[in-house]
Design a protein around this ligand. Structure first.
Ligand code: NDP
Length: 295
């Protein structure tokens, strides 16, 4: 097959770089009005992936001129202490966004902590009120969750024909699958949500004009499950063994990329697709929160 018949690559790095540049310009404009955007990142315990994510988010803040405040707490932190920290951050004028890195170690009650974050500072968009507004007709959340917002931006950047399209979302998690399904519904797609109990999954996916895969299973979606010309957004980030790689592993998505790109109209690579968008959207939410603090 010639290269021309392969799917267009949806370049998350490029779209994210543009968003970051816009955020940096907004941060400069705010600084001229005497406000420095500030994000508080709270990390509890020693989950190595969480440490990596928070490090990346703080570095990204520094690059666009957003101040980050970092709170690293031991795994045995009590629910009361964590809640007191969130309340104190809610009250601070220099903190515009609050990010509590998930998952929290047991027995901390994640939902209780998330619901304590002021909705005006909920830059992760996980507060139940914000998620609820997302599900309601005629209501808008203060903030959209970063990964689903990034998925939508990528689809927009590649001119997805939303209205009336069959969209299939594989996965129904609170942080990715469900909000993606709600956002696609708001854009007038006909949405099917698939999960671990879905029957005849390949057939359901074959009807998708737009497919969002967020299942966390390496290369589960096969090339012959993809409708010709479909837009495929692969949220999955799965580490698989690879003896040719320096650290003995590499990242793959939930979609069999090499097979799918021969059928799809456009597809995100992993890495370099949704991943960079997640951080870019968090930065955008934070600068939005800082701008709103002026009004
Ligand atoms: P979860 O584990 O919370 O959710 C996975 C979903 O997939 C569930 O709804 C589950 O169904 C469904 N599922 C599991 N197995 C199957 C199966 N065999 N067939 C059909 N559905 C199945 O994952 P997340 O939503 O948190 O993350 C999904 C992926 O996205 C992961 O790889 C994660 O690393 C990645 N991710 C990437 C981000 C990025 O920035 N690029 C950000 C966030 C996540 P059920 O509900 O029935 O259990």
């Amino acid at each position: 097959m010639s290269a021309e018949t392969f799917a267009k690559l949806i370049d998350g790095k490029a779209v994210a770089a543009q968003i970051r540049a816009e955020v940096a310009a907004r941060a400069t404009a705010l600084a001229e009005r005497g406000v420095r955007g500030g994000l508080a990142a709270v990390l509890v315990g020693d989950n190595p992936a969480s440490h990596t994510y928070v490090r990346m988010k703080r570095k990204a803040c520094a690059e666009v001129g957003i101040e980050s405040f970092y709170y690293e707490l031991p795994a045995e932190t009590s629910q009361a202490d964590l809640e007191a920290l969130v309340e104190s951050l809610n009250a601070r004028a220099d903190v515009h966004g609050i990010l509590v890195q998930l998952p929290l170690p047991a027995p901390l009650d994640e939902q209780r902590v998330l619901s304590l974050i002021s909705t005006a500072k909920d830059v992760d968009g996980f507060h139940p009120l914000n998620i609820g507004r997302l599900a309601m007709k005629g209501r808008e959340p203060d903030f959209l969750p970063a990964t689903p917002a990034g998925v939508m931006r990528l689809l927009e950047a590649y001119d997805a024909p939303f209205a009336g399209a069959n969209a299939v979302v594989l996965g129904r998690s609170n942080i990715v699958g469900m909000p993606c399904a709600l956002l696609l519904t708001k854009r007038d797609c006909t949405v099917t949500i698939c999960h671990s109990r879905t029957r005849d999954l390949p057939d359901v996916i074959r009807r998708a004009d737009i497919l969002v895969a967020a299942v966390g299973r390496p290369q589960m979606v096969k090339g012959d499950w993809i409708k010709a010309g479909a837009l495929v957004i692969d949220v999955g980030t799965n580490r698989v063994p690879d003896s040719s790689a320096k650290d003995g592993s590499r990242l793959v998505g939930d979609v069999d990329f090499e097979a799918a790109r021969q059928v799809a109209g456009a597809i995100t690579p992993v890495p370099g697709g949704v991943g960079p968008m997640t951080i870019a959207m968090l930065l955008e939410n934070t600068i939005k929160a800082a701008e709103r603090s002026l009004s």
